[in-house]
Design a protein around this ligand. Structure first.
Ligand code: ARG
Length: 571
């Protein structure tokens, strides 16, 4: 339990005692958090209304019954019936000294099996910036669940099946010599194949034949397809490594994995009376999905030629994740434009019993990355930007920055710092925005040392590390903390909120809240550091302030690591 929960519980207990109502939890639930060291208990006024009592008197009565001597310094009845509680320095001191430096948060008690489907690019082309957001956001969420002790399963639902592969196979068949070396640039290869497809009807019809052959298990087609897929997957993993993304080969569960399960899905839908024929295609019509004109929209699960669709695969995916992987929650970190698709698939899965009743299916959607011109982010010539080029540019820009700030570092050091700063800046710029909104990709603001940016936080961390380094102090020792001044108190409260913030992330999966927390923590630290000399103080005061420095550094490091961002000891 966090501090707010402890206080909520105590107050709701007192309210129950006074009113005789069995549970006053809901009333108290809306209480303000302990953000500024003050907790405002709600519920009194609502209860007074219900019991037709004077709220002020009820508040006094509650106040007399409350025993918060363990936490509070001042309890006041204010206004028409608020109870304001000031957390005591003594309590903060005690809590900080109790914090386990290796853990910092209370791990989740009721652990769940959580499946997260993220990144999941189509393999026909090279990964581009459109996949960046889902990859970065999904990875932060995955890391957080895992760290809090949940059974977290990553699923990279690569798009490795479908008509585009017919075209690619046909083009591969035309190549003489070493196809592997041709494939070293997937993007060029894809474009060349596409040009052939668009301009040569004969090529196009052979491509269509090859899709059918591939799907019916033709050896040669399968082999070519496989070699293409392997190379494409390798490209993705190279990018993941560069971006410090935790997805590995063992998380690959692509669309083709479900091929032999699709007929079964159709059968289940049929058995449940959910299928309707529409021009030969098999569809599910649910009243809850209508277009603007009020017509019910279909979820198409099988085309008239027998082929299956994106939705069919996702239905098979849900069944597999519920039945075989035993999911309690399935999270889909996918572009907002697929919102309707997921709503439809979730509804159909529940109705058909493909999803367990208790399993929560959640589409964690995200908006589009925009250029400075307010249009989806593209190169100057209007092409989509390759992810690898973007990362390299970030590192290059970070290098220039490091060189101007710190010209005396060795070249290796500069390069190391640039690698971390460049990648972190890109990731953090994305994570720090509300994932639902579109956001503008802007190098200058993401690489700035001011504001809610990666360089600002990395610098704050490195600065604390340098305090210990300069004074040759042990940064792992246990320092006894004793909260005294207001700046220390603000910082202490912030440090103790870490659990609350991480727990909130697991509920609705907004990493920007964690970013904001870390940014505020760094700000609180800077204020503390200005107001409270650390190395110039002595004895217990020195110990206590070093303790606060140490906990801040650990919290920053852990928080950033949940976001998939490495820290640097020197910058
Ligand atoms: N491959 C899809 C795309 O690039 C995303 C897949 C998302 N996951 C899923 N289970 N549908 O748009």
């Amino acid at each position: 339990m966090n501090l707010k929960q402890v206080l909520d519980q105590q107050i709701s207990q007192v309210l129950s005692d006074i009113s005789g109502e069995p549970s006053c939890k809901a009333l108290v639930n809306q209480s303000k958090s302990v953000q500024f060291g003050d907790y405002q208990a709600n519920g009194v006024m609502a209860l007074a209304k219900r019991l037709k009592l004077n709220p002020k008197q009820l508040a006094e009565q509650v106040n007399n019954k409350l025993d918060l001597s363990d936490f509070a310094e001042r309890i006041e009845v204010a206004g028409p019936g608020f109870i304001n509680i000031s957390i005591s320095d003594k309590f903060l001191t005690q809590q900080l000294n109790l914090l386990n430096r290796n853990q910092l948060v209370r791990k989740s008690e009721n652990t769940q099996t959580v499946i997260i489907d993220y990144s999941s690019p189509n393999l026909a082309k090279e990964m581009h910036v459109g996949h960046l957001r889902g990859t970065i956001i999904g990875d932060a969420i995955a890391r957080t669940f895992e760290w809090m002790g949940h059974h977290l399963i990553r699923q990279n639902h690569f798009g490795d099946w479908g008509t585009q592969f017919g075209m690619l196979i046909t083009y591969m068949l035309e190549q003489e010599g070493d196809v592997k070396s041709e494939l070293s640039n997937l993007e060029t290869f894809y474009r060349a194949a596409k040009t052939r497809f668009d301009n040569d009807p004969d090529f196009a019809s052979r491509s269509r034949e090859n899709v059918v052959k591939l799907q019916s298990g033709d050896e040669q087609c399968l082999q070519l397809w496989k070699s293409f897929i392997d190379i494409s997957i390798q490209h993705c993993h190279e990018l993941y490594r560069k971006l410090n993304i935790t997805l590995t080969e063992k998380d690959v569960v692509p669309e083709s994995f479900y091929n032999n399960k699709l007929a079964g899905v159709i059968e289940t839908l049929d058995k449940n009376g959910l299928l309707t024929d529409s021009d030969g295609a098999r569809c599910v019509f649910l009243d809850e999905f209508k277009n603007k004109e009020g017509d019910v929209l279909p979820t198409i699960v099988q085309k008239s030629d027998g082929g299956y669709l994106y939705a069919t695969t996702d239905l098979a995916g849900i069944e597999h994740r519920c039945r075989t992987l035993k999911a309690d929650r399935i999270l889909y970190v996918v572009d907002a434009r697929q919102g309707l698709h997921f709503q439809q698939v979730f509804s159909v899965a529940k109705l058909a019993g493909l999803a367990d009743e208790h399993c929560s299916l959640e589409h964690l959607s995200y908006g589009t990355m925009m250029g400075k011109d307010g249009k989806p982010f593209k190169t100057r010539s209007g092409d989509t930007i390759k992810l690898i080029d973007l990362i390299e540019e970030g590192i290059q820009r970070a290098y220039t920055l490091v060189e101007s700030k710190n010209p005396n570092l060795s070249d290796t050091e500069k390069q190391q710092i640039a690698n971390v700063v460049g990648v972190s800046a890109i990731k953090y710029a994305d994570l720090s925005k509300n994932r639902n909104s579109d956001y503008i990709f802007d190098w200058d603001s993401m690489l700035s040392f001011e504001g809610n940016t990666a360089p600002y936080l990395l610098y704050a961390y490195a600065r604390i590390r340098s305090i210990f380094r300069r004074a040759q102090l042990d940064s792992d020792a246990k320092y006894q903390i004793d909260i005294k001044s207001p700046e220390e108190k603000v910082l202490a409260l912030k440090l103790l909120q870490f659990t609350e913030v991480v727990e909130a992330l697991l509920i609705d999966c907004y990493p920007n809240q964690l970013c904001l927390y870390l940014y505020e923590l760094a700000g609180n630290f800077m204020n503390f550091y200005e107001a409270c000399p650390v190395l110039k103080s002595e004895g217990e005061l020195l110990q206590s302030r070093l303790g606060l420095c140490q906990l801040t550094a650990l919290t920053l490091k852990q928080g950033l690591s949940l976001l998939g961002i490495e820290t640097l000891d020197k910058m």
